[in-house]
Design a protein around this ligand. Structure first.
Ligand SMILES: Cc1ncc(COP(=O)(O)O)c(C=O)c1O
Length: 395
């Protein structure tokens, strides 16, 4: 089916929620995707950080083939072979104790808020306040949306959860003023993704942990976008000494097969007891088997170093380009999570990037976000920089 037919079907039959780039992606291989226009594109957005091992990774294809012949779905009424061992591996990686598997990032954020609520309710019925950051993004379901610090996403759907306080990132005094005895949880992304690639400082994270501890509140760390190798460590909070109560992650965990996870330690790890939470699809055998393979690949020698090296190359090149163009305000990010903020709408640059064969995306109108796959080589980074350099002249 051609793109025009697909577009007219979607225009008639889909909820009109997405403003898609007019490209029909048909196939992917490594860091490239191939579209119906016959062109090859360097994929530096990877389905928003999901295809972190690139497309059609042979080891991922093999486990999908093997496992789908055996069993794909069991529900959580029965055991499957892989959930326990995946929980063991992931919690060891995150310094957590127990896990609950979900199907999406928002579902993980939602469950984390339920854990926090259930702990707070044991202390006081008034302990329902949530502290989150301006520009935060935690998902589109009602709870996750309630702590998403962008009015445009929340406004049409009120009333949302009561008692949410939004504070500016990296402002310790504002955070201290927002946390009190009625605080149920503080939720933070160590590197804000959708918000525009903003990193929280180690001091800020340490203060958040101290305030949460003093207020008997749960500290939830959202690593849905910045986790699982994206910044060159298993989890971005591990660049600091932070010990969260809950860590949530999702996007790259099963290489495109839907899976998310809530991990917790201490009282948070046992707060949700039999029958108090559940999900039909989360943690199915195929998803978990793929995730185990993803972890093996992620943990193979040299992977984190490679992420850091190509990330540094890319960031240095972007910084050099920024010096050449006065309208570039800042280049930010860590590892392979990078952003370039312009002082004006980035759409013309983005459109030119696509024309020249590089996929990324624009967040907050002015920020070009790049989440390249971990498997890129220096030649791919150089090619992307060449395209970005040309595209920046489109303004
Ligand atoms: C930090 C963060 N949290 C939560 C979510 C929501 O995840 P999902 O879209 O899988 O529901 C996202 C998605 O972009 C995210 O970046």
């Amino acid at each position: 089916m051609d793109l025009t037919t697909i577009q007219s079907l979607e225009a008639q039959y889909l909820f009109p929620t997405y403003a898609r780039v007019p490209l029909l992606l048909e196939r992917g291989k490594g860091p490239y995707v191939f579209a119906s226009d016959g062109k090859r594109y360097l994929d530096f957005i990877t389905g928003i950080g999901v295809n972190a091992l690139g497309h059609a990774h042979p080891r991922i294809l093999k486990v999908i083939r093997d496992q789908s012949k055996k069993i794909i779905h069991t529900s959580n009424v029965y055991y499957n072979e892989f959930q326990g061992v995946l929980a063991q591996r992931l919690t060891a990686l995150a310094g957590m104790e127990r896990a609950f598997f979900t199907v999406s990032g928002a579902e993980a954020a939602e469950g984390a808020l339920k854990v926090a609520r259930s702990l707070a309710q044991k202390i006081s019925p008034e302990k329902i306040e949530l502290v989150a950051l301006h520009n935060a993004f935690h998902g589109r379901t009602m709870g996750a949306l309630s702590v998403t610090g962008q009015t445009k996403y929340r406004a049409p759907f009120g009333p949302l959860l009561p008692g949410v306080r939004f504070v500016p990132a990296n402002d310790q005094a504002a955070l201290a003023a927002a946390v009190n005895a009625n605080t149920c949880a503080i939720i933070l992304e160590p590197v804000q993704g959708e918000g525009g690639i903003f990193e929280l400082t180690p001091d800020y994270l340490a203060t958040a942990a101290r305030l949460a501890r003093e207020a008997q509140a749960t500290l939830i760390i959202d690593e849905i976008q910045c986790g699982l190798g994206r910044t060159g460590k298993p989890f971005a909070f591990q660049w600091t000494d932070l010990v969260p109560d809950i860590v949530i992650t999702a996007k790259p965990i099963a290489s495109g097969y839907p899976l998310g996870v809530i991990m917790a330690r201490g009282t948070a790890a046992t707060a949700l007891t039999s029958g108090t939470h559940g999900t039909t699809f989360g943690g199915g055998p195929l998803a978990c088997r793929i995730a185990l393979e993803v972890l093996d690949i992620l943990e193979s020698p040299g992977m984190y170093e490679r992420i850091l090296e190509t990330g540094a190359l890319l960031k240095a090149g972007m910084t050099k380009l920024a010096r050449r163009h006065k309208f570039v305000k800042e280049v930010r990010g860590k590892g392979l999570m990078l952003g370039m903020e312009l002082d004006r709408p980035a759409a013309p640059v983005f459109n030119r990037m696509v024309e020249l064969g590089l996929l990324a995306n624009v967040t907050h109108d002015t920020i070009i976000r790049m989440l390249p796959p971990y498997i890129i080589e220096p030649k791919h980074a150089k090619k992307a920089l060449g395209i970005l350099g040309k595209a920046l002249t489109a303004i």
